[in-house]
Design a protein. Structure first.
Length: 179
């Protein structure tokens, strides 16, 4: 993935990790979408079986089409907003810093940056059966500052990333404090 359009890299900087949420975490949203898409079809067949003459009416059918169209457009909009939030949440780890890009809704984005040598603590959290089975979880990066703490949500292999971050932070700390 080319991240040059998202961040301005320094000449010595290399991208080590580009992380997104684990794809398995989007399955509940996709399942809900498919279930909600099936509701009007099931409702249509239920009405046909209970009141067969109601569908033939001149008022009911256009009204039902209009309501179903509004319903489907609303479901598509909901799904699109959830997909944008899922897909555009991105964490970029370079050999010098961490860039946290959080999408909040359709038109709001927050970008945070943290130098590796400022890292004080890196913690992983893996909760639940599916998180353990599919090896995904949260990774918390803490600094001495109270206002910059980055959370990588539902990333794959958080322990591997934690170990790599600790190692890269030690290397970067030696570089910055020995200058």
């Amino acid at each position: 993935m080319n991240v040059a359009f998202l961040i301005k890299q320094k000449e010595y900087e290399k991208v080590v990790f580009t992380l997104r949420r684990h794809p398995i975490t989007f399955i509940p949203i996709l399942s809900l979408f498919l279930l909600l898409m099936a509701v009007p079809v099931a409702l249509y067949f239920l009405i046909i079986s209970m009141y067969p003459n109601l569908v033939d009416g001149q008022v009911f059918y256009p009204l039902a089409v209009l309501l179903a169209s509004v319903y489907y457009l609303s479901i598509y909009l909901f799904f699109y907003a959830m997909f944008v939030d899922y897909y555009l949440d991105l964490w970029i780890v370079t050999n010098d810093r961490i860039i946290d890009i959080e999408q909040n809704g359709l038109f709001s984005r927050t970008i945070s940056e943290l130098d590796l040598f400022r890292i004080q603590d890196v913690t992983t959290e893996v909760h639940g059966f599916f998180s353990t089975l599919f090896r995904y979880g949260d990774l918390h990066v803490k600094t001495a500052s109270a206002n910059i703490n980055i959370v990588f949500r539902n990333i794959p292999n958080p322990n591997k990333i934690r170990e790599a971050l600790i190692e890269m932070a030690d290397i970067d700390r030696r570089f910055h404090y020995n200058e």
